[in-house]
Design a protein around this ligand. Structure first.
Ligand SMILES: [Zn+2]
Length: 272
């Protein structure tokens, strides 16, 4: 008999904070047979909740920055956190899966949090590759400066490639999309779910073995598919960051949150 506490189980809330309805397939995939066909891009950030812990994963998109690229806000992540009963002032743990501007809005709304990010991502966004417009275009300078501020305030922990955020939540470097891209493995009631973040924008990347159009390193991006599959209990446990199929497959956290806040720890529709 063990008197140890049971392993924490997390609920995963996917906040669909923005959408882009004007993109075509060639905006999303480097090579495609139907380049001018529309392909919607949804934008997610996430919240992990156990009986003991609340962990914010990425912080969404500043709507003014998004509007420049026709990304339309669906719900402010701050409003979503509050709707879920989370006081942003009380949040102590925020994981940043990478530093692209659509994952780094609203940092100011979490004044008491400690942030966690791959050390390689910080080296990348403050290093020589940022001389190249191709690699820096998805970063916002004011947000990178905020990361430097947080680092020097002792509020940003830059960790190595594999890192345990909490019992049941671990970060795993994959690179590819950007130098410090990571995925998160989360223990849920249905098993190990992987939030692939932007290591997968769409399920199609995994299904067809193809890269997304925004890439730092193509070989790392393709190798990430194997890492993700090794970490997840099945392909139904893998969650891309930008796929409208996620919105279609998972139930809302409550009826009033339809298409805005989803329960990703539950079994998806049409599970294989
Ligand atoms: Zn993204």
């Amino acid at each position: 008999m063990s008197d140890q506490a049971p392993a924490p189980i997390y609920e995963i809330y996917g906040i669909r904070h923005a959408v882009n309805t004007v993109r075509t397939r060639n905006n999303n995939f480097i090579i495609d047979a139907n380049p001018t066909e529309p392909l919607q891009l949804d934008f997610f950030c996430w919240v992990l909740v156990s009986p003991e812990r609340t962990i914010i994963v990425d912080t969404g998109l500043d709507p003014e920055k998004g509007a420049v690229n026709a990304h339309r806000q669906v719900i402010s992540p701050v409003d979503a956190w509050i709707a879920l009963g989370i006081d942003p002032q009380a949040v102590d743990t925020v994981v940043l899966t990478h530093a692209h501007y659509d994952h780094l809005g609203y940092l100011d709304a979490l004044p008491n949090a400690r942030f966690y990010m791959q050390a390689e991502e910080m080296a990348y966004v403050t290093g020589p590759w940022m001389e190249k417009p191709l690699f820096r275009h998805a970063y916002a300078l004011d947000e990178i400066k905020q990361l430097v501020d947080l680092l020097h305030q002792g509020r940003l922990h830059l960790h190595g490639r594999e890192y345990d955020i909490a019992d049941g939540v671990s970060a795993h470097w994959v690179g590819g999309h950007c130098a410090g891209q990571e995925v998160l493995r989360v223990r849920t009631a249905r098993g190990w779910v992987v939030l692939a973040s932007d290591a997968l924008h769409y399920y199609e990347e995994l299904e067809r073995g193809i890269p997304f159009a925004v890439a730092f390193n193509l070989s790392d991006m393709i190798a990430a598919h194997d890492t993700i599959r090794a970490l997840a209990d099945s392909d139904d446990h893998i969650i891309p960051a930008h796929d409208p199929r996620v919105t279609a497959a998972y139930p809302p956290a409550a009826p009033e949150f339809k298409n805005k806040i989803l329960r990703l720890d539950l079994t998806p529709k049409n599970a294989r």
